[in-house]
Ligand binder design. Structure first.
Ligand code: ZN
Ligand code: ZN
Length: 378
């Protein structure tokens, strides 16, 4: 670990080995005046303000927890919503980042199934494990959620984070840390939406609205499930990537033009499933209009200012099903790791940035200038 704070901290050591914190061996670190080990992080101190580089105490791990040296952290559009104060239940200061992969750097009391150096990707819903939903393996719906990493629990925009060992998933060496990071959300979320929620089957036609961070991974998941995938976006570059991920056809259109084009492509029938990753009023209505009768609209994208109103008679006549899908479940973590290890999918990381350039990544995300998924590396 390096000291980049200049005169802000008086450092006793710039690096040392074997410092003990909370009974846990810390591999390296810097000491603050008060004697705690510090790490570099980009901290959100105020909503609508840039992340601030800071040296903050290394997370102190409790029983059953792992200290994880962050090797890669994906940047999700949800992070923009959090930093804008739009996401409920978030208080500051906070270290964001919910797509985290790294190496185990310390073991809390009682942890037997991990060793230092193990490569892991983290499941970010820190669920209770006891409620009705947890007992049904619907961890994402937990009624007594402790926190979500990067929302109410310091996450991956830092050199280290901590996690209950139950929420760390081993990643084989054939998957890079950058890929392992985005498996946790950008890849696992479309898998949950398309398999559990929509029940997409071999030979069905699937339209994916949005070819961004999730949409490009979703094309691959749709293909793995055996669907014919149509990708919809307004940006040509994104659609070219969607095509390279295996989309059968791409549509650079919105509204009526999109609806006409998709209906014409499907011979007037419409598609079996639409996965809407944008969640604007216009995309949700167009999504319904391109469904075949009895088709399913799965909503993953959302805006807090875009309600979706529909005449019940429309739903009734077409027997359409509108389904919400929230992030992913623990079993999806194992599944995406297996799919990536078997080379059935290739998690698409389009750019890598050093952690201290996170503000640049966020401003480009806000301007819609990011192609695919960006990963931060501490
Ligand atoms: Zn996310
Ligand atoms: Zn629960």
């Amino acid at each position: 670990m390096e000291n980049k704070s200049g005169s802000r901290f008086i450092l006793i050591f710039t690096s040392f080995v074997g410092f003990m914190i909370g009974g846990v061996s810390c591999p390296c670190g810097i000491l603050s005046v008060s004697g705690g080990v510090l790490m570099r992080a980009m901290v959100l101190r105020e909503f609508h303000r840039p992340f601030v580089p800071a040296e903050v105490p290394l997370p102190a791990i409790g029983p059953g927890e792992l200290l994880v040296r962050v090797k890669a952290c994906g940047v999700c559009y949800t992070d923009v919503k959090i930093s804008s104060g739009l996401t409920p239940g978030v208080s500051l200061p906070l270290i964001l980042g919910h797509e985290v992969a790294g190496e185990v750097a310390g073991l809390g009391e009682g942890v037997k199934n991990f060793r230092e150096g193990d490569r892991v990707s983290l499941y970010f819903y820190l669920n209770c494990g006891k409620c009705e939903y947890c007992r049904e393996q619907k961890e994402n719906l937990c009624a007594d959620l402790r926190a979500r990493i990067g929302f109410q629990w310091d996450g991956g925009y830092a050199e280290y984070t901590r996690v209950p060992a139950t929420h760390a998933f081993r990643v084989p060496a054939g998957i890079s840390f950058e890929e392992a990071a985005i498996l946790a959300d950008a890849v696992a979320t479309p898998l949950h939406a398309l398999r559990e929620q929509a029940g997409v089957k071999e030979g069905e036609t699937l339209a994916i609205i949005g070819a961004g961070g999730l949409g490009l991974q979703a094309v691959q998941i749709g293909k793995v499930l055996g669907a014919r995938v149509l990708s919809v976006d307004l940006e040509e570059k994104r659609l070219a990537l969607a095509k390279s991920m295996g989309a059968e056809e791409t549509f650079q259109a919105a509204g009526k033009a999109l609806e006409d084009a998709v209906l014409s492509y499907t011979g007037g029938r419409g598609v079996d499933t639409v996965l809407d990753l944008v969640g604007k009023n216009e995309t949700m209505h167009s999504s319904l209009n391109i469904l075949k009768k009895g088709g399913k609209l799965v909503l993953v994208g959302y805006s807090f200012d875009q309600p979706f109103s529909i005449l019940p008679a429309i739903l009734m006549r077409g027997e359409y099903r509108i389904i919400g899908s929230r992030a992913c479940r623990m079993k999806n973590m194992e599944e995406v790791i297996e799919l990536a290890a078997a080379k059935k999918i290739k998690p698409l990381v389009t750019e890598t940035f050093p952690l201290d350039r996170v503000n640049e990544v966020h401003s480009r995300l806000k301007k819609n200038e990011i192609l695919g998924r960006v990963v931060l590396v501490p």
